[in-house]
Design a protein around this ligand. Sequence first.
Ligand SMILES: Cc1ncc(COP(=O)(O)O)c(C=O)c1O
Length: 434
Amino acid sequence: MSNQTSDLIKEEKSMKLEAIQAAEQKLLLNTYQRNPLLFVGGKGVYLRDEQGDDYLDLLSGIGVSALGYGHPVVEATIIAQSKKILHTSNLYYHEHTAELALRLTEISGMDRAFFCNSGTEAWEAALKVARAHAGVLRAEGKTIGTKFLAMEHGFHGRTIGAVSTTYKEKYRAPFAPVMPGVEFVRFNDVADLRAKFSDEVCGVCIEAVQGEGGVHPASQEFITAARELCDSTGALLLADEIQSGLGRTGEWFAYQHYGVQPDVTTLAKPIANGLPMGAMLCTEEAARAITPGMHGTTFGGGPLVCAVAIAVIDTMKQTNLLAHVREVGGYFKQQLEWLQSRHECVTAVRGLGLMLGMEIDSEEMAKRVASEMMKRYIIVNRTSETVLRFLPPYILEHKHVDQTIAAFDEIFSKITSTSAALAGATSAGENAHG
Ligand SMILES: Cc1ncc(COP(=O)(O)O)c(C=O)c1O
């Protein structure tokens, strides 16, 4: 194909992006500020745009496409299951529900599973279990209230219940009044947790590694204290593993790094590698509060998503992916620390496995760096204003890390030398006029 022809095709395709942008702006609820990229395909750790350009994806659709794009086992499972049956409703049995629940309870140390369609919905179920469980305890004569303790900078989703336990004011305020009875605790502040905990509390809400809050791992003391406090009254420890769970941190669940077992945990993002699915897992003790009709969902745990989730877990086991996540995640973190040692604008590196964050000294700089990375065909996400967050597919390799680190190093050096040159020119100018 001549250069001229390929340029024409590119132009025509970018017109397609423009047309879609214009239509969406008019037709969709104004919820997202999308990047101007139109993806049409993907393979492994790369996403392909309509121009045929491949992007190294260090976000994997916000921690979702854990096995990467176009995974042969996922594709084959979707095709095979879609030829059998897509939906049965929860009024009947299908062949995959118990099989998946068995796998999830085995890897989590929980007893029972509830399947739904998103992270928020899984978290909503967790809150309802905590409230219902406290109700059972009260009926048995125990003293326990209905309040939740949630964490500053925590994120649990967007329904009214979930958003009530989410810290950022801007997510809650427009929808006031949200669910009452939620108090926020300073994350990792054991004294604050102890001061706010009482027998009024039915559940303590925690992310072992806060994701949207800027990739902050909990301290061992904090998680241990939360477990002990809950044990002292019968309140439930609710661990939101929607972002950190199913291998993201190099263990099946991030709480397993701490040797602390929660009463309830929630999963979603990577569980069906891109198909919408959520799960709430809990102990037998917590589960006894729920009886038929109390909670449910039409689509939850359908045959297609369950079949894919089984395939995801089995593939992860067969390919020893947890060990790979630990190894490549350790290398990635080490390389980010090397960047920190070279560039003053990198103020911290945090995280576990392939859930990593690099803190930049200003929001403006963080934005600029993310957009420079995009120009180099590397997708990097920014969260909590100043944190560049990495949630790549678990199949990431050293060569991808090296490509990323080289691009950051070049960008940081360029920005620093441009700023130094500008500062030099300004002070030279000042001297000249002074
Ligand atoms: C920790 C955590 N909880 C809950 C949610 C909400 O999940 P979803 O967007 O699937 O509803 C998210 C999403 O980012 C999350 O990171």
